[in-house]
Design a binder for this molecule. Structure first.
Ligand SMILES: NC(=O)C1=CN([C@@H]2O[C@H](COP(=O)(O)OP(=O)(O)OC[C@H]3O[C@@H](n4cnc5c(N)ncnc54)[C@H](OP(=O)(O)O)[C@@H]3O)[C@@H](O)[C@H]2O)[C@@H](O)CC1
Ligand SMILES: Nc1ncnc2c1ncn2[C@@H]1O[C@H](COP(=O)(O)OP(=O)(O)OP(=O)(O)O)[C@@H](O)[C@H]1O
Ligand SMILES: [Mg+2]
Length: 373
């Protein structure tokens, strides 16, 4: 197995004793000794789980969003594929895929099961839907050899398209069927071999938590766990329970342990790290916690990650931003935009705010920061 628990717990106890010493020093500093405001601020941050830098999210959004250049052709603003959609879930892959389009990607594909495909197509004629995935219940009469053939066919169907994608989003509404997840593992391995960035969310995180080698060491992978998904990831990879006293140190260790993949830990503030430092996005969003907001985020991160990679090779980049990992920039931009759109939607809809209302405000929120003309 990839994780060495012994090494891990040694590292974490060293790290936490250092944090403890720093906290004790800062507590003493606060008790009447003359300290500068800067140290006081650091103390407050440290006591709430460690220092992190609030990202300059608007500047990131402005820098990486490409202009609408009339010389560009269809596809250059991004071709995104969402792998998700099964018997239970059709909303999540739709939310992720339509958000990618609403932000400015040119083409958005969904790879899902046959049953889910008809439903997702009926939500939107804009999405390109591939009904290629299979769940065990649908092939229960098939023997092992037959299952291997089905798996090969799924992979070859996906292969026809893969090289064209600028980013995959794996997991929104994917479900946890073992046969389906095995096929998706193979799809991820193929995408990784071709250097296609992969954003992992929802049930994709269930898969990756149990097979961490799928993403470990892959610098183009982004994990976007919610509170439950993060708990499972920390337990599996670091071998202990989430420690709210050491939020930042823990996120840094987690990312490092998975070979510096970028992690966006969703919550009251979104925390982002690629193992080098922790950045946060705390822009005011919405107090509504309706399901599906994470799916908007994963579709958005996919687009911004691609834009940030393009921008990193462009001449007009800003210096601090150009030095930042594009996967981190993608997370900062996605998180900020979702929060701004959620705030606008809440202003209008209050308690009845739904994910579809937030999606309707994505364009307006981006326009306010990076106008189309
Ligand atoms: N409109 C839609 O289509 C939406 C669909 N969505 C989609 O839903 C999927 C799950 O995402 P989520 O956010 O509910 O997962 P999460 O917080 O880990 O779990 C909450 C609790 O449920 C449980 N549990 C989950 N799955 C289970 C299973 N198969 N069998 C048994 N238990 C299961 C879980 O238990 P545990 O994992 O802790 O054992 C925990 O207690 C994912 O594909 C997402 O994209 C969302 O995006 C929202 C909008
Ligand atoms: N307490 C909070 N306050 C403000 N914003 C929050 C809070 N919790 C989450 N968010 C925002 O909502 C977004 C989605 O986070 P959430 O934890 O709901 O994801 P999720 O459970 O994966 O969602 P989904 O229902 O789509 O699966 C995050 O980007 C975050 O910015
Ligand atoms: Mg989710």
């Amino acid at each position: 197995m990839f994780v060495k628990h012994g090494m891990n717990s040694g590292f974490s106890s060293l790290a936490s004793s250092a944090v403890l010493r720093r906290q004790q020093f800062l507590i003493r500093s606060l008790k009447g000794y003359s300290v500068s405001d800067k140290i006081r601020m650091e103390a407050v941050k440290c006591l709430s789980g460690g220092a992190s830098l609030e990202a300059n999210a608007e500047s990131v959004l402005r820098t990486i969003t490409p202009s609408l250049d009339p010389t560009r052709h269809k596809g250059q603003a991004g071709k995104i594929a969402v792998i998700g959609g099964c018997r239970e879930y059709t909303g999540a892959p739709y939310f992720a895929a339509i958000s990618a389009l609403k932000i400015g990607a040119d083409l958005s594909h969904v790879f899902c099961t046959e049953g889910a495909a008809t439903v997702i197509k009926s939500y939107s004629p804009e999405l390109i839907v591939h009904p290629i995935l299979e769940e065990s219940y649908n092939i229960s009469g098939v023997n092992d050899e037959g299952k291997r053939d089905i798996s090969k066919k799924i992979l070859s169907e996906f292969d026809k398209w893969m090289e064209r994608f600028d980013c995959l989003v794996v997991g929104p509404g994917l479900g946890r069927d073992p046969f389906l997840l095995e096929c998706v593992s193979k799809i991820m391995t193929r995408a990784r071999q071709s250097n296609v960035p992969i954003v992992v969310d929802g049930d994709g995180l269930f898969l990756v938590t149990n097979s961490i080698e799928l993403v470990s060491g892959y610098r183009l992978a982004v994990l976007i766990p919610n509170v439950n998904e993060y708990k499972r990831l920390v337990q599996k990879v670091l071998g202990y329970d989430v420690n709210d006293q050491n939020t930042h140190g823990e996120l840094l260790s987690l990312s490092k342990q998975i070979g510096n993949v970028t992690i966006l830990r969703k919550g009251k503030s979104d925390l982002i790290s690629d193992g080098e430092k922790v950045q946060s996005v705390s822009i005011y969003g919405s107090p509504r916690r309706c399901g599906g907001q994470g799916d908007i985020l994963s579709g958005s991160v996919a687009v911004f990650l691609f834009w940030a990679r393009q921008c990193n090779s462009a001449a007009e980049r800003e210096s601090t931003i150009s030095r930042t990992n594009p996967t981190v920039l993608g997370c900062i931009a996605g998180s900020a935009l979702l929060r701004k759109a959620a705030a606008l939607a809440f202003e209008h809809k209050k308690r009845s705010t739904l994910t579809t209302d937030i999606i309707e405000h994505l364009g307006q929120s981006l326009e306010a920061i990076s106008p189309a003309s």
